[in-house]
Design a protein around this ligand. Sequence first.
Ligand code: GTP
Ligand code: MG
Length: 204
Amino acid sequence: MQIKSAEFVISNSEVSKCPSDNIPEYAFIGRSNVGKSSLINMITGRNKLAKTSGTPGKTQLINHFKINKNWFLVDLPGYGYARVSKTTKKEFQSFITDYFKQRRALICTFVLIDSRHSPQKIDVAFMEFLAENEIPFAIIFTKTDKLKPKAIAQNIAKYEAEMLKDKFEYFPKYFTSSSTNKNGKEEILNFINSINKDFNSGSL
Ligand code: GTP
Ligand code: MG
């Protein structure tokens, strides 16, 4: 899929104020600093569309970007940022959980996981939350430029084992990505394109 246009639409902290266009929406979530905003820039080929930073906690709001005039990419704040207060964490939780529970247009969520780490409780717990609320999601293992393919495969296998151990019956669809060398761009865009087609044909 070619990205012909990518426009910032609105930032806000209230789901009720998110755009009301009835078009498919894809959200990017994961720990602070995992590379959500960078990935949005990489797949759209627009380096400055979403704001990125080496310091965790850069993205603070729900940010809507309209792509090719007929679907949304949504950049969200990260979870698990140790330096914010408990109150801020709680506020963040309700704001983000409201988005996931109430956003009807949300057709698929991408949960970003740093490919360098073994399974983290907070990521598994977040995916359980999505599954419990019947919110479709796929995983994207990020920053693959920082690791050898064998080590990436080992970490993914550990995730699979961890998730299948308990709550999950199958391992979700997953991708690998690097915003540095553009690994994953085509696969992620093809996946979005196929869902958009199903949506537009009425089969979703
Ligand atoms: P918050 O908005 O703070 O939650 O972070 P985020 O998940 O949006 O991360 P962001 O895209 O801002 O990237 C965080 C840092 O990781 C930045 O310094 C990026 O340059 C770096 N980064 C992101 N993706 C990659 C990647 O694929 N490879 C490498 N090497 N660095 C990356
Ligand atoms: Mg961000």
